[in-house]
Every structure is written in structure tokens, then in C-alpha cells.
Design a protein around this ligand. Structure first.
Ligand SMILES: Cc1cc2nc3c(=O)[nH]c(=O)nc-3n(C[C@H](O)[C@H](O)[C@H](O)COP(=O)(O)OP(=O)(O)OC[C@H]3O[C@@H](n4cnc5c(N)ncnc54)[C@H](O)[C@@H]3O)c2cc1C
Length: 279
């Protein structure tokens, strides 16, 4: 039986109740023995302190923690300062992204693309950090073309990325094609599928539309047909995601990265269905 590593993603809670809920979710999720836990970072720095605090809690629990770091709207000096803070906190792994400007918000700052951030991390901190970057099997929504997006991905690896985590997707063929195209460029870094457990319908559709993830028509219609029936949505979602993960695992993915949305139940349940296949 194939066993593959998993990783977990959280977002920084904004309230003391959220902090306590996340701690409880992590305690349950650690039974899955994640290789590392990452914490998102609000572009523009709004959740910077929350990100560090959550990663410090993870490190304090004896687990590997990776803050996300974004560069949009940032300066080289602030990025350098943040890298020093992370290093001093004992952090050795980062998820490096461009980020998105909040709507109506200011300028790009000193970085235009994630590849420039990765160059800066390598210049500033050498090989101290293991760097994961984002990958888009269905093409980033702002890319000029799929080929341009593939080149942008290659540039991030050339700048020093060690591995990639994909945007969520429901179409395994898009993932495998993307990996084939990356390999054809001679790039061998692991490309770990990002897995979004399905827990609701309208939020998922909104998020998918925003980030350029296609929800196949048959899935969308099914989800819509359940209306507010959360139990049916979850049962259907669990079946769909189990089938997707089973296929990804059987075709040799290097790991699975779960977008937990700070909830233990959906990810634990999905991994239980994949029992003996995830480590
Ligand atoms: C796993 C994962 C985690 C994420 N975590 C966060 C988070 O914590 N905080 C957050 O704010 N956002 C997060 N995001 C969202 C991410 O910031 C957005 O998707 C953002 O729009 C792109 O980030 P990127 O790092 O992929 O950017 P880039 O790789 O810079 O790509 C952005 C766009 O620019 C294009 N491009 C890149 N280089 C060039 C070039 N040289 N010339 C022309 N075009 C180019 C690309 O094709 C793409 O369209 C995450 C996404 C993923 C998949």
C-alpha cells in the first residue's frame, strides 16, 4: 500500500475564541502526523502578527510550522526584517507568494512577481529556508496564457523554490497535464496537490470562481440541488474528494496539502477514508 506525506494549511484567527478553536483543531489533526503545518498571510500585512503567533504555537507543539509570506505592496526592507524575525523564531520553511492586492488598495510595491520574492529570500537568507511556491494546474486567472503561466512557474523554481503546492482543483487530468508540462521543461521539484475538503456549496463556488478553479458542471448542479442541506453537501463532497485523492495517490503524487479552513472534522474524515494511504 502506498503511503504519502500530508501537510495542513490554516489561517490566522482574529479573535481569542478563534485561537482556542484552532488549537483544538490542530490537536485533533496532529493524529494525521502532518509533515508540516502552514499558516496563511494576508497580503498587505494585515494578519502578519497572527501568522507568526500561529506558527509559534505550532512550533511550541513540537511540529514543523511554515508561515506564508507575500510580497505584493511590500518593500525589500520589510521582507528582510520579516525573514530575520522568522529565522530568529526557529522557522526553517516558508510558503512564498505574490499575494493579491485587497480591492481598491494601493500599489504593487517593490516586487511584481513571486519569483522576485524568492530571489530576495535566497539573497537575504541563503539556503536557510525551504521554500514552497504556488502552482496552478488550471492556470492562474491573471496569466496572459497557460504557456506564460508555466514560464512564471519555471522562473520561481529557477529563483530557488524547492517545491510547489497547487491551487485547489477538482480535475485530476489538469493536474497531471501540468506536471507533465513542468517535467518537460526539465523541472523536477515536487508538485503537491492542494486539497479543499467540501463543506458547503455557495462559499466553495465563490472561492473557486475567484481563484480560477473549475467546478465541473455535474458537481455544480449536484451542489446547487442540495440547497441548504449541509449533510448531503458534506456526504457528496466527501465521496468526490475521496475519489479525487484516491486517483491522485494511485498515480503517484508526492503528497497532499489540505486546506483545512481551521476545521479538523472534514480533513480527518477524508484522511480516514484514505486510511493506509496517507502517513
Ligand atoms: C498554496 C497557496 C497558498 C496561498 N497562500 C496565500 C496567502 O497566504 N496569502 C495570500 O495573500 N495569498 C495566498 N495565495 C494566493 C496567491 O497569492 C494568489 O494566487 C496570487 O494571485 C498569485 O500568487 P503567486 O505567488 O502564484 O504569484 P506569481 O507566481 O507571481 O504569479 C502571479 C501572476 O503573474 C504572472 N507572472 C509571473 N511572473 C511573470 C512575469 N515575469 N511576466 C509576466 N507575468 C508573470 C503569472 O502567470 C500569474 O498570472 C495562495 C495560493 C496558493 C496556491
Amino acid at each position: 500500500m502506498v503511503k504519502i506525506p500530508i501537510s495542513l494549511e490554516f489561517f490566522p484567527p482574529k479573535t481569542p475564541e478563534g485561537v482556542a478553536k484552532l488549537a483544538a483543531a490542530r490537536a485533533e489533526l496532529y493524529a494525521l502526523e502532518p509533515e508540516f503545518c502552514s499558516v496563511t498571510y494576508g497580503a498587505g500585512g494585515s494578519t502578519q502578527n497572527g501568522t507568526l503567533a500561529a506558527v509559534q504555537a505550532i512550533l511550541g507543539e513540537g511540529r514543523s510550522g511554515a508561515p506564508h509570506i507575500t510580497c505584493i505592496g511590500a518593500s525589500r526592507a520589510t521582507v528582510g526584517g520579516l525573514l530575520d524575525t522568522y529565522r530568529a523564531a526557529g522557522i526553517t520553511r516558508l510558503v512564498a507568494l505574490r499575494g493579491d492586492l485587497p480591492s481598491g488598495a494601493g500599489s504593487f510595491g517593490e516586487f511584481r512577481y513571486a519569483s522576485e520574492l524568492i530571489e530576495q529570500i535566497r539573497q537575504h537568507s541563503g539556503s536557510h529556508f525551504r521554500i514552497e511556491v504556488a502552482a496552478y494546474p488550471e492556470t492562474h486567472p491573471q496569466a496572459r496564457s497557460p504557456e506564460a503561466d508555466l514560464k512564471a512557474f519555471a522562473a520561481k523554481v529557477a529563483a530557488g523554490a524547492d517545491a510547489a503546492i497547487t491551487q485547489m482543483f477538482f480535475n485530476a487530468d489538469a493536474y497531471f497535464r501540468f506536471v507533465d508540462e513542468v517535467r518537460a521543461l526539465g523541472i523536477s521539484v515536487p508538485i503537491v496537490p492542494g486539497i479543499m475538503p467540501i463543506t458547503n456549496s455557495s462559499g466553495l463556488m465563490r472561492f473557486a470562481d475567484n481563484c480560477g478553479c473549475e467546478i465541473p458542471r455535474w458537481m455544480r448542479l449536484r451542489l446547487q440541488s442540495y440547497g441548504d442541506d449541509v449533510k448531503s453537501i458534506r456526504a457528496f463532497g466527501l465521496d468526490v474528494m475521496t475519489a479525487l485523492c484516491e486517483r491522485l495517490i494511485s498515480e503517484g503524487v508526492p503528497g497532499l496539502h489540505f486546506y483545512t479552513m481551521n476545521q479538523a472534522g472534514p480533513t480527518v474524515e477524508l484522511c480516514r477514508r484514505l486510511e493506509h494511504r496517507v502517513a
